[in-house]
Ligand binder design. Structure first.
Ligand code: SF4
Length: 393
C-alpha cells in the first residue's frame, strides 16, 4: 500500500510541476512515506530524518502516511527538522503544501513554519487518476482503503481509517488505463480485499406528496436502482478486461474467505493462483486475544478447502510470535499449524506494542530472547517446507 501511495504522490508532484529524483543530494525536498505496523519500521524513519536534518543545506522534510497520522503535530517536537506532516488521506494536498513551504522559505529565511495536514476521513478519488507508474509491466490498483477489523495488535484502522471501497467502475477504468500504458499485470490492493462490496443505492427520486403522508417504510422515496458488487463479482469483471494478462490480490482475511472465493480463483483464467491468508497464531486463546474473529479449526478447514479447490495454488501467511501472554503451549500450536498446512511461504514477525492498539494495554511479557527463539524456530521450519514444495514444482 505504501509503494502505491509513493507512486501516487510522485504522480501528483509531477503533475504539480515538480521533478522527482532518487538521488538524495539533488533533492530540495525529501518525503518519507511511512509505516507504523511495527516499532522497527518507525525507528528507521526517525533515524533517516535525523540524517537528512543534518545536511547542509537541509532539504524540506516531509513525514507522510501512517506515522503522520500516528504522531500528528507531535512529530514536529519529536524531530525538529520536519517541515510538513501529511496524513494517509491528505496525500492529495502534498503539491500545494510543498509550494507553501517553499514560498514561506523564500519570504522568511529564519522562522521555521510547520505545515500540518492530517485526519481527513477519505481520500479524493482524483489522487488515483495520475498516469505515472513506477514499473513498466506491472502495477498496484487500490480497491479498498482502511480496515474495520480492529485486530487488537494493529494500528491500521487508526492510521488509515475505517474501511472504504472504491467504485468498481473507477477500478476497472484504472486497470484499462494501465493496459493502454502497456501494463498487463496488476495486483488488487486492500487491507482486507475479501470484504470488498460496492453499493450504489443513492439514486433515489424524491416524491413530494402532501397530506396524508404515505404509510410506507420509504415514505415518499422511490428507489430507482440498487446494485451491489462483491469481491467475487469484481474478480470476474477484472478477468473480463481485454488486454489484461494476469492479476492477483492482497490481502485476504480468514473470516471473509470462503469456498466461493476459492472456486472463483480456480475458474478465472487470468487470476494468479496465489492466496496470502494470514493466520497470525495457531492458538485459539491467542486468536481470541488478538480479536481475529476465527478459530484454529476454521483456519485449517479453509486451508484444506483452498488446497483441494485450487490444487496448483500457492498459499502464504503472516504469523506473530510473542503476543502478550503467549505460552510455550500456544507457540507449539502455531508451529504445529505451520507443519500441518505446509505454506509455500510465511512472513514471521515478533510482536511489538503499537500506539492506539488495544493489545498495548496487555503487558508485553514475552521476553525478547524468547520472541527471538520462537521466531527462529518458525523461520527454520518454514524455510525447510518452502524448499521442499519448490523442489516438487
Ligand atoms: S485485518 Fe486486522 S491486522 Fe489486518 S489491517 Fe485490519 S486490523 Fe490490521
Amino acid at each position: 500500500m505504501n509503494l502505491r501511495d509513493s507512486e501516487v504522490i510522485a504522480g501528483l508532484l509531477l503533475e504539480g510541476g515538480f521533478g522527482v529524483t532518487e538521488e538524495e543530494e539533488k533533492a530540495d525536498a525529501v518525503l518519507f512515506v511511512t509505516c507504523s505496523v511495527r516499532q522497527h519500521a518507525e525507528d528507521k524513519v526517525w533515524s533517516e530524518i535525523g540524517r537528512f536534518s543534518k545536511m547542509v543545506p537541509k532539504p524540506v522534510i516531509g513525514l507522510v502516511g501512517c506515522m503522520a497520522e500516528n504522531y500528528k503535530d507531535k512529530a514536529f517536537k519529536r524531530m525538529q527538522g520536519i517541515d510538513v506532516v501529511v496524513g494517509t488521506n491528505n496525500i492529495g494536498e502534498i503539491p500545494y503544501l510543498l509550494k507553501e513551504v517553499f514560498a514561506h522559505q523564500l519570504i522568511s529565511s529564519l522562522a521555521h513554519q510547520p505545515f500540518l495536514a492530517v485526519s481527513k476521513k477519505e481520500r479524493d478519488e482524483v489522487v488515483y487518476e495520475s498516469m505515472f507508474r513506477q514499473e513498466k509491466d506491472s502495477s498496484f490498483v487500490v480497491i479498498s482503503e482502511g480496515c474495520d477489523n480492529f485486530c487488537s495488535y494493529c494500528v491500521v484502522p487508526y492510521v488509515r481509517g475505517r474501511l472504504r471501497h472504491r467504485n468498481y467502475k473507477n477500478i476497472i477504468a484504472e486497470i484499462e488505463q494501465n493496459i493502454k500504458q502497456g501494463i498487463e499485470r496488476v495486483t488488487l490492493l486492500g487491507q482486507n480485499v475479501n470484504a470488498y462490496q460496492f453499493k450504489s443505492v443513492s439514486q433515489y427520486q424524491e416524491i413530494r406528496i402532501l397530506p396524508p403522508p404515505l404509510p410506507s417504510p420509504h415514505q415518499g422515496r422511490a428507489y430507482r436502482s440498487r446494485s451491489i458488487v462483491n469481491f467475487m463479482q469484481l474478480l470476474k469483471l477484472v478477468n473480463d478486461i481485454d488486454g489484461l494478462r494476469e492479476f492477483s490480490f492482497v490481502t485476504s482475511h480468514p473470516k471473509d474467505a470462503s469456498v466461493e472465493l476459492f472456486e472463483a480463483m480456480a475458474k478465472l483464467d487470468k487470476l494468479k493462483k496465489y492466496l496470502h491468508l494470514p493466520f497470525q497464531s495457531g492458538s485459539n486463546r491467542i486468536l481470541e486475544l488478538m480479536k481475529r474473529g476465527y478459530t484454529r479449526e476454521r483456519y485449517l478447514q479453509l486451508a484444506g478447502e483452498y488446497r483441494k479447490i485450487v490444487p496448483q495454488g500457492e498459499l502464504t501467511t503472516d504469523i506473530i510470535v510473542g503476543f502478550p501472554s503467549e505460552t510455550e503451549e500456544d507457540f507449539k500450536e502455531t508451529l504445529e499449524l505451520v507443519q500441518k498446512v505446509r505454506f509455500n511461504g510465511a512472513y514471521i514477525f515478533k510482536y511489538s506494542p503499537r500506539p492506539h492498539a488495544k493489545a498495548g494495554e496487555l503487558p508485553d511479557d514475552v521476553p525478547k530472547i524468547e520472541k527471538e527463539r520462537r521466531h527462529r524456530i518458525l523461520l527454520e521450519t518454514q524455510k525447510k517446507i518452502s524448499k521442499e514444495l519448490k523442489a516438487k514444482q
